[in-house]
Design a protein around this ligand. Structure first.
Ligand SMILES: [Zn+2]
Ligand SMILES: [Zn+2]
Length: 158
């Protein structure tokens, strides 16, 4: 997991060079902090707290928002709307993919899946409704297998 993150950050850095956009130190560290939440998502507020604890003790909310906007625009991170938090995209090399998020209510783990099949259904529904979709987000809340098993276990014990 740790090594994967490192690899991902290097890939992103190379992609920035290719696109001729600058991954400034602030942007890089915000990206690193997001990647370090172990599959979860993190709020802008918590990012600011971590940023102040690390290399940028005087970081302002605008620093975070500027970095987040850059990372969102480049498709390196996603915003989880229902929890207003941010997570690393694991399919960033596929320009503008559609995705669904599975959010565990217990451990906050977020799993991302691409949604090609759902997309087809949505597009045909939009056609019937006479509607053009610009973007859509699918966010499902529940429990991951690990947390579900823990719940099941404690349920049977009591
Ligand atoms: Zn993604
Ligand atoms: Zn969980």
């Amino acid at each position: 997991m740790k090594n994967n993150t490192q690899k991902l950050l290097i890939q992103i850095k190379n992609l920035c060079d290719k696109r001729c956009v600058r991954l400034t130190p602030q942007r890089l560290i915000v990206l690193r902090l997001i990647s370090q939440c172990n599959g979860g998502a993190i709020s802008a507020y918590n990012l600011l707290r971590l940023l102040r604890k690390s290399e940028f003790p005087h970081a302002k909310p605008s620093t975070i928002y500027r970095a987040l906007n850059f990372l969102l625009a480049q498709g390196f991170i996603h915003r989880i709307e229902s929890t207003n938090s941010f997570m690393l995209c694991h399919y960033f090399y596929e320009l503008s993919h559609n995705f669904a998020f599975f959010i565990c209510n217990s451990c906050k783990q977020v799993t991302e899946q691409t949604t090609k099949e759902i997309e087809k259904i949505l597009q045909s529904m939009a056609k019937i409704a006479g509607f053009i979709i610009f973007n859509n987000t699918i966010e499902a809340h529940g429990l991951c297998t690990k947390c579900f098993n823990v719940k099941l276990h404690t349920h049977f014990k009591s």
